[in-house]
Ligand binder design. Structure first.
Ligand SMILES: *Cc1c(COP(=O)(O)O)cnc(C)c1O
Length: 444
């Protein structure tokens, strides 16, 4: 049995991965396409709180939450109860054939929780990529324009349109073209790498590219992650997002926030746009929305959402009843258990330790993030040249000691932390101690 009742202690009984996981890895290699790659080949049998238990009985500390998904913890009690109730009642009807209350209730919650008090509507889908694709469809329908502006280092998914929207070539796009047209890339605000431009200066640079190379009157949407995820946990300089949102409004374009990774309490606010006082026209959400069940959504201004004709949006599984039950339980858990505050506390607890480590380790170029979305960018000492092999070394040392950390970044040189918000302080401290020791070993 998983869930928060699992002992919240790191415990290694074999090497990582152990013999049983290695057996399963061999089966995997014979049966599963290698294009679907694995970061840490321990096969999980139970999880809860901040712990993943593997097939050999090792208990690992989870500082990844399955990429920011199990924000409320694995097998969170309310999620388990509601999903069991729902699975016993009915599993699927297709909302577009015969609807059910759960879908409507999730849309009501999204309309309430996303930034801004304007009249909103929502539509539900299955994955983050599908939500982003639909946000672009809606923006094009509303504006009757085609161009979509995206940013350097952006990640928006793996479907054909979202590959075009994504910046990094390998492994996401390599060999998979041709890509969708009318996608234009603008420079980002990346304080560690853009010479300290202010948010306003970085926005002016991006707007100049948009106006001179695309033309304001052609822009359907400006699509941006308020804090970049796969691209390296890049936090833009203050003001960057607000300037872009203002420009979009004045140009008649739709400002879309991709909050797939940053949403649902992750950054110490329900949505990351709130830190900047930015109210997007449309918000794409997924990952942390439903405690591990697949669900995504587009939420936004009623007049934009309602510009699409009946039948223009949807899909067989979008807003599946089990996922909706899980989302209602996850949202209740975030609110009742104070997990927005908990995300902020996690940042306050961990950031000073990472910054203190950076003082001693010249390979640490930058420490950044908000709430429980934190990163360490590694460079060749004394330079800003990205060092992916140092990041891989640190990640491997953490994995060997039973701490699951992820890497990211266009250059693969960023370690990222996305702990479940229900992790206890003791377990979190143990995981961070393993990480900081692995970082310190770079200096010796
Ligand atoms: C993960 C992610 C996506 C894609 O979500 P999937 O559910 O994997 O399709 C899109 N945008 C951002 C910012 C993401 O982090």
């Amino acid at each position: 049995m998983g869930g928060p009742g699992l002992p919240q202690r790191r415990r290694l009984v074999t090497e990582v991965p152990g013999p049983r996981s290695r057996e399963l890895l061999a089966r995997r290699e014979a049966a599963v396409a290698r294009g679907v790659s694995v970061m840490l080949p321990v096969f999980v049998t139970a999880a809860g709180g901040g712990i993943l238990v593997d097939a050999d009985g090792n208990a690992l500390i989870d500082l990844g939450s399955g990429i920011a998904v199990t924000t409320v913890g694995n097998s969170a009690p309310r999620v388990v109860d509601r999903v069991i109730e729902q699975v016993q009642a009915f599993t699927h009807t297709c909302f577009m054939i015969t609807p059910y209350e759960g879908y409507v209730a999730v849309c009501e919650q999204l309309n309430r929780l996303t930034p801004g008090s304007h009249d909103k509507r929502s539509a539900l889908f299955n994955s983050g990529a599908e939500a982003v694709e639909n946000a672009v469809k809606i923006a094009r329908r509303f504006t009757r324009r085609q161009a979509v502006i995206v940013f350097e280092h952006a990640y928006h998914g793996r479907t054909n349109l979202t590959m075009a929207l994504t910046a990094k070539n390998h492994p996401y796009k390599s060999g998979f073209g041709p890509f969708a047209p009318e996608v234009y890339r603008a420079p980002l605000s990346y304080p560690f790498r853009d010479g300290g431009l202010t948010g306003q200066q970085a926005a002016a640079r991006a707007i100049d590219v948009i106006e001179s190379q695309v033309g304001a009157g052609n822009v359907a949407a400006v699509l941006v992650e308020p804090i970049q995820g796969e691209g390296g946990f890049v936090v833009p300089a203050p003001g960057f997002l607000a300037e872009l949102a203002d420009w979009s409004r004045s140009a008649g374009a739709v400002f879309i926030a991709d909050e797939v990774q940053t949403g649902f309490a992750r950054t110490g606010a329900m949505f990351a746009c709130e830190h900047e006082g930015v109210v997007p026209d449309l918000v794409a959400t997924a990952k942390g929305i439903a405690g591990g069940l697949p669900l995504s959504a587009v939420t936004g201004r009623a007049e934009i959402m309602e510009s699409v004709h009946p039948g223009g949006l949807g899909g067989t599984y979008g807003g599946n009843p089990l996922s909706c039950a899980a989302a209602l339980a996850a949202i209740e858990t975030l609110e009742r258990d104070g997990l927005v505050d908990r995300a902020r506390q996690i940042g306050e607890r961990v950031l000073p330790r990472l910054r203190a480590t950076a003082e001693r380790v010249p390979a640490i170029g930058d420490v950044r993030g908000r709430g429980a979305m934190l990163a360490v960018e590694l460079v060749e000492p004394g330079t800003r040249r990205p060092d992916a092999s140092a990041a891989a070394t640190v990640a491997r040392r953490c994995h060997e000691q039973g701490v699951v950390v992820l890497t990211c970044g266009t250059y693969g040189n960023v370690l990222r932390l996305l702990p479940p918000l229900v992790i206890g302080d003791d377990l979190l401290d143990d995981g961070i101690a393993v990480l900081t020791a692995a970082l310190e070993s770079l200096a010796s």
